[in-house]
Design a protein around this ligand. Structure first.
Ligand code: GUN
Length: 283
């Protein structure tokens, strides 16, 4: 058997069109377009690519994007002052600070300074807490995007065994909360997990988010499982690969996301969805 590919690019395009319709509905009701402030500090090339991508997609969705490109020498106090200013600005709906930050800036202090109602990344403890108590407000983009992908392929996690490989604050932990909200039975694996292969082999749905190329072996996958690969790793030859051994996993799975073109496009589309949600929370 060869798994059906989950086309994240196509689902993301549909989602962006839906966001555009939501923006148009606001305009028709006499409201302004949503506005997203994106703060980039320093010149990390990968972050630069992501930020340019975010701006391009904002335009597609009719969202106004405000770019703050700051030098690597920016101090934490300067950054916090900009966040305070954006928090107080009623014409700004979403605030995103691109991670990773330079070493002299404490990311948690920055995340917690953002008004939770403008926290389109969903990383603020308030938003993580809301997700944990089944009352989500703004939800982290990648895990929410994964749930949208599953839904658009008719895959309902309810009653299924979902195994998340990776326990990061950005993906693994909120993904576990999303799966729990969708009534899956959830296992989170991490570097202290005793028998990763056995955990993955029991999964109906596997979400891999460890950031290590080909870390999850195809032979671990239960026949007929759904495989969601969040990893985007660049190999020495310049090509991209995920956290899952794609070819061998595809032979066993029923559905699998490719890298690139799987989860990646969903993260940005979900950011736009969150920005629209955030605007609708404000006014
Ligand atoms: N860096 C890598 N992924 C993300 C993300 O989802 N949000 C932000 N702000 N920075 C990132």
């Amino acid at each position: 058997m060869s798994a059906q590919l989950i086309d994240g690019k196509a689902v993301a395009e549909t989602l962006i069109t839906q966001v555009r319709e939501g923006v148009d509905a606001r305009l028709a009701a006499g409201k302004r377009a949503p506005a997203l402030a994106v703060i980039l500090i320093g010149d990390d090339p990968a972050s630069g690519v992501y930020v340019r991508n975010k701006k391009r997609n904002c335009e597609k969705a009719g969202i106004r994007s405000l770019a703050w490109d700051l030098p690597a020498s920016t101090t934490q106090d300067e950054l916090l002052a900009i966040i305070d200013q954006l928090n107080a600005d009623d014409s700004v709906d979403g605030i995103l600070v691109q991670l990773p930050l330079p070493k002299h800036i404490e990311p948690q202090a920055v995340i917690e300074r953002i008004d939770p109602k403008k926290d389109v990344d969903g990383f603020h403890p308030y938003n993580m807490g809301r997700l944990a108590i089944k009352m989500p407000l703004l939800r982290p983009c990648t895990p929410r995007g994964v749930m949208t992908l599953l839904e658009s392929y008719g895959i309902d996690p309810k009653g299924k065994k979902a195994v998340i490989v990776g326990a990061s604050n950005i993906v693994g932990r909120p993904q576990a909360l999303e799966m729990l909200l969708a009534r899956a039975t959830v296992t989170v694996c991490h570097s202290a997990t005793a028998d990763l292969a056995a955990e993955v082999a029991a999964a109906d749905i596997v979400v891999a988010a460890v950031g290590k190329p080909n870390f999850v072996k195809g032979e671990w996958i239960k026949p007929g499982a759904v495989v969601i690969d969040v990893g985007i790793n660049r190999l020495e030859n310049g090509s991209l690969c995920g956290d899952v051994e794609f070819d061998s996993a595809r032979e066993r799975a029923a559905f699998i996301t490719p890298v690139p073109g799987g989860v990646g496009p969903m993260t940005i589309a979900t950011l736009l969805q969150n920005t629209l949600d955030s605007a609708n929370l404000h006014a």
